[in-house]
Design a protein around this ligand. Structure first.
Ligand code: ADP
Ligand code: MG
Length: 322
């Protein structure tokens, strides 16, 4: 499906509302009140989702000056984000270039999202590890200030090691699964030989114990998956420092398509402003690959930017969709 319209017409808004209604949050901002139309008090998005013969109705409400709430088929959910258990939506926006050109934190966050989509049973790992790490860091600082004994750190170190090892394993498995489809897609998209390497060692209690004194002195845990990275390269050329903007964009798209190849069922794919900066050959390859995915929404300022015939065209003008 193509959303076509001038700059500022509301294409990204419409795409964002699809993400909000299927995932429970905006891909663009954490400030939900920004999603409410200026001059109105609160807002809501409701979708009718057909999956074979099943029809599902997710609805997200953002009340005036209150936290958002969601229902699915009229039943209240514990959080809007729990819609993710029922729907998988993958999105490309120009912000996602941070996965390739941003700092390691952006890649860790990306990898942890992949882990939670590929291995739903392990979707809480990154959060649990983060919580244990925060507790250990707090314990380190209390010892540093002479407020408690070294014994108080030990239980948190154990948690950090157990959860950290499980997180590293999950991330490595995700990377191992992505490697082949990623290089297949980089090849097709004319980006050469895409490679992915997880950078970081599994955490052991011995390693952590060896760092205890310096960790206390610094008041932070200086070892573990919260410091790891994912190397994204074209052969020997790392794309973060050496890729062009267009190549970085292709790498993010190749990651997205690689993940889709691994998902058990076809997700909703949202591609915002993806066609700009790509030459016509790469645009065609991308459009052809994407057209095999059951449900894709792509935005463009001109109909002609998309080199294949879309099943549906939605014209967006001044916040109206037709
Ligand atoms: N909460 C809001 N209420 C009303 N308009 C908004 C709100 N947030 C952004 N806008 C405006 O919506 C317009 C359309 O934005 P957008 O969907 O990004 O356009 P585009 O079609 O270029 O993707 C922009 O001019 C933006 O300023
Ligand atoms: Mg836009």
């Amino acid at each position: 499906m193509l959303f076509v319209g001038d700059n500022g017409a509301g294409k990204t808004n419409l795409l964002e509302s699809l993400h909000l209604a299927t995932q429970g949050f905006s891909p663009r901002t954490r400030h939900d009140q920004q999603l409410v139309a200026f001059g109105t008090e609160g807002g809501a998005v409701e979708l009718t989702v057909r999956d074979g013969e099943f029809v599902r109705r997710p609805r997200v409400v953002i009340p005036a000056r209150d936290a958002k709430r969601a229902t699915l088929d009229g039943v209240a959910l514990p959080s809007a984000e729990s819609l993710r258990r029922s729907f998988t939506t993958l999105v490309f926006t120009p912000d996602r270039l941070a996965v390739v050109k941003g700092g390691p934190a952006a890649r860790r966050a990306y990898l942890d999202r992949v882990v939670s989509r590929l291995f739903p049973a392990r979707s809480q790992l990154a959060q649990e590890y983060g919580a244990a790490l925060a507790q250990r860091n707090a314990a380190l600082r209390r010892v540093q200030l002479g407020l408690s004994s070294r014994d108080a750190i030990e239980p948190w170190s154990e948690q950090v090691v157990t959860l950290g090892a499980a997180l590293v394993e999950a991330r490595r498995e995700a990377v191992a699964a992505l490697v082949d489809p990623f290089s297949d897609n980089t090849g097709a998209l004319g980006l050469g030989e895409g490679t992915l390497v997880y950078e970081g060692e599994a955490l052991t209690s011995g390693d952590l114990a060896a760092k205890l004194e310096s960790d206390i002195a610094r008041g932070i845990t200086t070892l573990g998956p919260h410091l790891h990275d994912l190397a994204i390269a074209d052969g020997a050329r790392a794309l973060r420092p050496f890729g062009s903007q267009g190549e970085q964009r292709l790498a993010v798209l190749a990651l997205l398509l690689a993940e889709i190849a691994l998902l058990p069922s076809s997700p909703l794919l949202l591609l915002d402003d993806v066609l700009s900066e790509l030459d016509s050959r790469r645009r065609r390859v991308l459009a052809e690959r994407v057209s095999t995915i059951e449900q894709t929404v792509i935005t463009a300022t001109h109909r002609s930017a998309l080199p294949v015939e879309p099943a549906h065209v939605v014209e967006v003008t001044h916040g109206q969709a037709r």
